[in-house]
Ligand binder design. Structure first.
Ligand code: AP5
Length: 188
């Protein structure tokens, strides 16, 4: 089972993925978390990604595709996965489809959040005060929204056209309330 959790910055992907992981027994894989861990470790990947992420831009497709490929091919990783933050470009989506096809798999569902931009910005600026994440600055948030609108949003059309089940979820409200919507959408 391969699911995607999809939406603009601050829409609740990471927050809700933790609940979906528990409830539906999927293993949560966040490319943002992986990259932040690399930055923290000071690895070569981290060094390459740090400045790009701080500016709110996307890291190069080939870099992130290599990382995801390595994880999905790892025999110790469950084959029931919830991908968060990947794919983010058409290039990445096509690479993921090709990776899965070699094993006879495909993306089974997409959970796609809809949240108005003013609420997204408010959430991220609030997190900036509480957690101080390096890309929660006003400039980086503007750039992240721009990248989402220009490159990432079209990934959803790619999966719609491919006939993949896309569940659009209103991401506004209490965390539990939003999760209830996801549960209702995913349960048969
Ligand atoms: P990534 O870590 O994926 O960040 P993002 O997409 O900008 O999303 P966020 O983590 O900010 O938000 P989220 O939707 O997960 O919401 P969250 O639950 O955290 O990527 C970071 C960077 O890494 C990218 O900009 C790029 O540089 C690079 N990168 C990653 N993947 C890549 C890829 N595939 N290709 C290229 N580059 C890539 O919630 C946000 C805040 O809101 C939290 O404080 C939370 O507590 C709060 N919140 C959540 N739900 C609610 C609610 N219902 N009500 C009120 N507050 C809420």
């Amino acid at each position: 089972m391969i699911g995607l959790i999809f939406g603009p910055p601050g829409s609740g992907k990471g927050t809700q993925a933790a609940h979906v992981e528990r409830e539906f027994k999927l293993s949560h894989l966040s490319t943002g978390d992986i990259l932040r861990a690399e930055v923290k470790r000071g690895s070569d990947i981290g060094k390459e990604a740090e400045r790009i992420m701080r500016a709110g831009d996307l890291v190069p497709d080939d870099l992130i595709i290599r990382i995801v490929q390595g994880i999905l091919r790892d025999p110790n990783v469950s084959s029931d996965v919830l991908l968060d933050g990947f794919p983010r470009t058409l290039e990445q989506a096509k690479a993921l489809d090709a990776m899965l096809a070699t094993e006879g798999h495909k993306v089974d569902f997409v959970i796609a959040f809809e949240v108005p931009e003013d609420i997204l910005v408010e959430r991220l600026l609030h997190r900036a005060k509480v957690e101080g994440r390096a890309d929660d600055t006003r400039d980086a948030i503007t750039e992240r929204m721009h990248e989402y609108r220009n490159l990432t949003a079209r990934v959803l059309d790619h999966y719609r056209k491919a006939g993949v089940r896309v569940e659009e979820i209103d991401g506004v409200g209490e965390v539990d309330e939003v999760f209830e919507r996801i549960r209702n959408a995913l349960e048969p």
